[in-house]
Design a protein around this ligand. Structure first.
Ligand code: FAD
Ligand code: SF4
Ligand code: SF4
Ligand code: SF4
Length: 364
């Protein structure tokens, strides 16, 4: 590749952002800010030059283009690296499990597995921080770095709109300072150990960054991918939910999808919205997305295929697999016991189901 071929942020604008293919993951900005280039920022859900003058600050390094999960470069190398041969990616083991922690059972979306993994990692001092998602007062998802298991209750549960989870990694020095204030020890920002939770597209961006060994992905010690069928534009979603349920965003406690979309208010009223009514709120980039199960991760987790109250777990790397083994061995989570007469067909059936879901998503 000669210099003339290097694509820059202007190409990213043309090929991804202005044509509505951006999934607002924040990777481009997180990288650029880590280099202190002072060029781009997130305007709501749209990356853009900070000012007209900052166009001149762009070093035309091209990294933002290459690490973007919505561009072609590096995808083949990434597939090789992650041993991906089909739509589900590399699977070491697939099974259903749920948390044994009563508090997480209350707040977790499905089996509470993600929050329990993070609890374990904090309690065993295997991470200094985790990237998760919380809500603001208007039920808008906000990406968040948390530093203790005590902050996990607020982040549990699924937000069905974008949470730009890579974005807060743009300031590693600030993160290191926060960790110092929590643990009262000096930390080198480059030695941090951060767990990352995100949608498949976000995990793909982290994978591309790791492939290039660039900041800030060097501090991500474990990648937890969520299953993801689609994601909604926050403003459109709230408008439709308001008109169909008469519940104000500030009064929503939880949402979940079980065939249809369910809204639970803070007063525990549950309203059902036909999932088809939300079609117009689906973000554009999700229409062409072919990832359902988060292939570029250490382990991926979702509800699809799991019995009620459990999550499906796909372990993908030795790291992800041994992490889950430790949670099982120490009783943090418990495995779903497959009825004796279903043992031989259970796993193949689940794999077929997840393949079917992926192809449904691609055809949509
Ligand atoms: C947009 C979206 C669509 C999904 N669609 C499906 C689907 O079609 N089928 C399916 O089986 N599963 C889907 N999932 C995954 C599922 O909803 C649960 O997240 C998963 O089963 C884990 O549940 P849990 O009880 O283990 O997690 P919990 O212990 O409740 O933890 C959930 C974790 O996910 C993080 N999180 C929540 N929302 C977001 C977000 N928008 N972006 C990044 N991180 C987030 C939270 O911060 C938390 O750390 C979807 C998830 C998302 C975010
Ligand atoms: S300096 Fe590099 S990473 Fe930053 S906007 Fe320009 S090309 Fe992208
Ligand atoms: S890296 Fe992420 S935020 Fe940046 S243009 Fe690509 S999809 Fe959008
Ligand atoms: S459907 Fe695909 S593009 Fe949309 S949020 Fe989920 S993983 Fe990202």
């Amino acid at each position: 590749m000669g210099f003339a071929d290097i694509k820059t942020f202007e190409n990213l604008q043309d090929d991804v952002i202005t044509v509505n293919r951006c999934c607002a993951c924040g990777a481009c900005i997180a990288y650029c800010e880590n280099q202190a280039f002072n060029v781009i920022e997130m305007d709501e859900y749209t990356p853009r030059f900070k000012t007209n003058k900052s166009v001149e600050n762009c070093k035309e390094c091209g990294y933002c283009y290459y690490i973007c999960p919505q561009t072609e470069p590096l995808v083949d190398r990434l597939k090789e690296e992650h041993l991906i041969k089909d739509e589900l990616g590399n699977i070491i083991d697939i099974f259903a499990a749920r948390t044994t922690n009563a508090k997480i059972q209350e707040v977790g979306q499905d089996g509470g597995i993600v929050s329990t993994i993070l609890t374990y990692l904090f309690e065993t001092n295997n991470i200094d921080a985790a990237v998760v998602s919380e809500y603001d007062e208007n039920f808008k998802p906000i990406p968040k770095i948390i530093y203790s298991k005590d902050d996990l209750a607020k982040s549990a549960g699924t937000r069905y709109s974008i949470s730009s989870n890579i974005l807060p990694l743009k300031d590693l020095t600030h993160i290191a300072e926060e960790i110092i204030s929590h643990k009262k020890r000096i930390y080198d920002p480059d030695q941090l150990r951060i767990a990352f939770v995100g949608t498949p597209c976000q995990c793909r961006a982290i994978g591309k960054m790791k492939l290039l060994h660039i900041k800030p992905a060097h501090v991500i010690s474990v990648v937890i991918g969520l299953f993801c069928f689609e994601n909604f534009d926050y403003n459109k979603l709230i408008e439709i939910l308001k008109s169909k349920t008469q519940i104000n965003p500030s009064d929503i406690k939880k949402t979940n999808i079980k065939k249809n979309f369910f809204v639970t208010s803070k007063e525990e009223t549950v309203k059902e919205v036909n999932i088809k009514d939300l079609d117009e709120a689906v973000r554009n980039h999700c229409h062409e997305c072919d990832e359902f199960v988060g292939r570029y991760s250490d382990l991926s987790i979702g509800a699809s295929g799991a019995p009620n109250g459990y999550s499906m777990i796909l372990t993908r790397t030795e790291k992800g697999h041994s992490l889950i083994d430790s949670l099982l061995a120490t009783g943090y989570i418990e495995r779903y016991i497959i009825p004796a007469d279903q043992i031989s067909e259970w796993q193949p059936k689940k794999i077929n189901w997840l393949k079917k879901m992926t192809s449904l998503k691609v055809k949509k």
